[in-house]
Ligand binder design. Sequence first.
Ligand SMILES: *Cc1c(COP(=O)(O)O)cnc(C)c1O
Length: 343
Amino acid sequence: MNLQKLVRTNIYALKPYSCARDEFKGEASVYLDANENPMNAPYNRYPDPLQWKLKEKIAKIKHVCPDQIMLGNGSDEPIDLVFRVFCEPEEDNVVAIEPTYGMYKVCADINNVEYRKALLNDDFTLDADRVLAAVNAKTKVVFLCSPNNPSGNLLNRSEMLKIVENFDGIVVIDEAYVDFSSEKSWLEELSNYPNIIILQTFSKAWGLASVRCGMAFASPEIITYFNKVKYPYNINLLTQNFVSEQLDHEARKNEWVKMLLEQRDYLEKELKKLPFVEKIYPTDANFLLVKVQDANAAYHELVSKGIIVRNRNQVSLCRGGLRITVGTAEENRTLIAELRKMF
Ligand SMILES: *Cc1c(COP(=O)(O)O)cnc(C)c1O
């Protein structure tokens, strides 16, 4: 893969902003270089723009090198950076599976980049040839999401591999739900495929959606371009410290995942008994896509009971679909009790 050919020419040539923290890196006793207020430590100082301490901790848990990590304001930031680094507006395009996570299309539209949809099969399985057929000479990026949102299923690994090996560009593999999945992450393939970018997040299994911290894993070369383009201090010190502390509780995260998977089984079992439930799609995530007789009616009826699920009725291949997040045992019982009363 020729990375220089894939990166936009202005980004390739970009001389990034050099901040005080970039120019002097060691330890010193008197810092008079950044126009900071000397009072109110430690928040008076600009944070580490590359968050090395936090990345070293993440690297250990994920078995990667710190220079293969970029941290962003949620996964949304690296998704946007993919467009800004690789896609020339009004010229290049990206291909994504359909249906999938909505932010890829929003970021394409914001960046004025053509977004091409490659339909999944009716059962949401991946057809690599259909994705590759949507690719042309101007395609810079393919977006895959596994487990996929809103369908919940894992994409077939060998079909994904076919795309990774045959597409001459960047393949983004969004693994936001990987902690709930029965299959292993693509992270261990990172060094074998210099064209993949793997996205993970603290927003789901780690229970930190409000903190806004997402991870992109890629070759050190790709990470260098992300670092050039991102805001210098994109992760504030409060977030760096807090996420670092939360990483000490990985066992607690694993307990939550275990509980949620048990609750997912409960929901599936109880939903199956309801006469208006037509289908429950296989899931490897912390949610279920359920096909019901009248999704709009069911959605509004639930809203009137104070229960909010995601109505996916208008989404491709999802007619009649409600996406239900797995909650606590009590929340799930409440949902089932209301559904039993409804129809
Ligand atoms: C929830 C989700 C994310 C996470 O986004 P954050 O910005 O990290 O909160 C990413 N990708 C998919 C497919 C998701 O469903």
